[in-house]
Design a protein around this ligand. Structure first.
Ligand SMILES: Cc1cc2nc3c(=O)[nH]c(=O)nc-3n(C[C@H](O)[C@H](O)[C@H](O)COP(=O)(O)OP(=O)(O)OC[C@H]3O[C@@H](n4cnc5c(N)ncnc54)[C@H](O)[C@@H]3O)c2cc1C
Length: 504
């Protein structure tokens, strides 16, 4: 195995660097020297490997969108005391208007990939903003930890970095806590402490976007128990740190025979990677929480990090649902069923579900509160209510689209080549058209729909929407903790203490 090059040192600066371009991002990724494994081999340059090349370009486009002059107001902000702009996702919102701008920025990026890249650079950046909004929580274990959180946020913001995260222990044996696994370094944990930092070994799931990111946030969102202290950490690791290995799942882009037949798979596979740490050294400056179960837990719930990150996730999801609605409508038009009242009823149900998600996204903002430090917290109940139901809403919506389209996504020529062959072209042009479009336009639409719903890429998305925010029982517990049961109970008390009617 080739030893990875030493981690890239980003320049530390007070003012943000000039905004990163897509070309800058690709050049950094190419030079990175990370250890990504795919099909038994190490991929050193994701920008040129067919499994990752187009995904990398899709991320590069985000940087270009943020940098375009016409998008500057939405996509960037000037941090207090600075002269130059940084990405909006790093902003700590202090007003409802700030959060609105963060939503608009998240939507603008999501629109470039139709909401199909969930862990774009604005996801973990929002977590970093949420941590930096409450440094005192980390400083409870020592002033330096609070400083690290603030400094790292500033550093990532000022260099326009892309971080991914792996915050769930591996599903090796869920019946036992981390420290009682067969081998103490099975789950990512501390194996050594030095004056300069800590050394970690073990596995953690599941770094979506990790193949493309600059940094990995490694921590644990699962409940830990006494004895699990070595696993109760929150650290930032450069993706090319010696000993950090990413095991990518199957690369769907490799299965896309061409971009016409697989318009989404070929462009927007954001990748998911299992992370292995093999004696990875992490300097103290990159440690936010160290062997502290309470702080490791509270970083998610007693800072607005989880709310900011998932506000972005919901802006992305609402964009994806808008795309789904557009797709379903176009398919109905192509099949000639659009005017049928029963089809319109089904479309009404789809529109209702999409509008609930969108409406609640706005409710995160309007119901947000501002704390004693002037930090804005999006509404927990508005956020977690949709997240808790997402694993039911999403399959329901996909099911309606499947229902509406009958065999339309299947009764298609085998590939774009059937349009080109003189033996097949005439039949294909004649029988695969719709009343309103020629065959090429109809087949392109149905291929797009199949790639969204039925391909391996499409199916991974259903799993993603179910689990990206944690298993639904965990999200429902978040909702249980957030809901105002006191107010609800007061109504019951009022009903129970109604005065007797005069005729009683
Ligand atoms: C496509 C995809 C992308 C992801 N991206 C990321 C990422 O970028 N970063 C990251 O850190 N993680 C990511 N995840 C991982 C995600 O956070 C986890 O999948 C999620 O937290 C659920 O954990 P698990 O998969 O280990 O399931 P488990 O916790 O093992 O749960 C599996 C199922 O078991 C049942 N179950 C288990 N325990 C209980 C219980 N106590 N009560 C009731 N039912 C129970 C439930 O049915 C549950 O759905 C991703 C996951 C997917 C699928």
């Amino acid at each position: 195995m080739n030893a990875p090059s030493s981690p890239k040192v980003f320049e530390s600066r007070r003012d943000p660097a000039p905004l990163r371009s897509g070309a800058d991002f690709l050049a950094d990724l190419k030079a990175g020297g990370r250890s990504v494994y795919l099909e038994g081999e190490r991929v050193t340059d994701p920008t040129s490997h067919p499994a990752f090349r187009e995904g990398a370009r899709a991320i590069a486009r985000l940087y270009d969108v943020a940098r375009a002059r016409e998008n500057r107001e939405i996509m960037t902000y000037v941090p207090s005391g600075a002269q130059t702009p940084a990405l909006r996702c790093y902003q700590i919102p202090r007003s409802h208007a700030d959060l609105r701008m963060k939503r608009l920025a998240a939507e603008k990026w999501a629109e470039t990939n139709f909401g199909l890249m969930g862990r774009s650079p604005d996801h973990v950046a929002n977590f970093l903003a949420g941590f930096a909004a409450k440094p005192a929580l980390f400083a409870a274990a020592g002033e330096a930890f609070g400083d690290n959180v603030v400094r790292f946020h500033e550093y990532a913001q000022n260099n326009h970095l892309y971080a991914a995260y792996a915050i769930v222990p591996p599903q090796i044996d869920r019946s036992k806590p981390a420290h009682k696994q067969a081998d103490p370094t099975l789950y990512a944990g501390v194996v050594k402490e030095t004056d300069a930092g800590i050394v970690m070994s073990g596995g953690q799931q599941l770094a979506t976007g990790g193949v493309f990111a600059d940094y990995l946030h490694l921590s644990c969102i699962h409940p830990l128990q006494p004895g699990d202290e070595n696993y109760a950490v929150s650290v930032m690791i450069p993706m090319n740190a010696p000993g950090l290995r990413l095991y990518s799942r199957r690369a769907f882009a490799l299965q896309a025979t061409n971009a016409w037949d697989y318009p989404l798979t070929s462009r927007f596979d954001e990748t998911d990677s299992f992370v292995v740490l093999d004696n990875v050294f992490i300097p103290w400056e990159h440690v936010f929480a160290y062997r502290n179960i309470e702080i490791c837990r509270d970083q998610w719930w007693k800072t607005p990090a989880h709310l900011y990150g998932n506000h972005q996730a919901q802006a992305r999801y609402a964009t994806k649902l808008r795309f789904l609605l557009g797709l379903a409508k176009r398919m109905n038009e192509a099949t000639g069923n659009d005017g049928a009242p029963p089809v319109q009823v089904q479309m009404g149900e789809l529109a209702a579900l999409a509008s609930i998600v969108e409406g609640m996204l706005h409710a995160h903002e309007t119901m947000a509160t501002i704390d004693e430090d002037g930090v804005l917290w999006p509404s927990r109940t508005a956020l977690y209510s949709v997240m808790a139901l997402q694993s039911e809403i999403n399959p329901r919506m996909i099911e309606i689209v499947r229902e509406l389209t009958g065999a339309a996504m299947i009764t298609l020529p085998s590939s774009t080549k059937d349009f080109e062959s003189p033996e097949t072209a005439a039949d294909v042009e004649r029988f695969f058209r719709s009343a309103s479009t020629d065959a090429k336009a109809r087949v392109a639409l149905m291929r797009l729909a199949w790639d969204f719903i039925g391909s391996e890429f499409g199916n991974r998305h259903q799993q993603y929407e179910k689990f990206y925010g944690g298993a639904s029982f965990i999200v429902k517990m978040n909702m249980f903790r957030s809901y105002d049961f006191k107010r609800a109970g007061a109504l019951v008390d009022a009903a129970l203490s109604l005065p007797p009617l005069s005729e009683d």
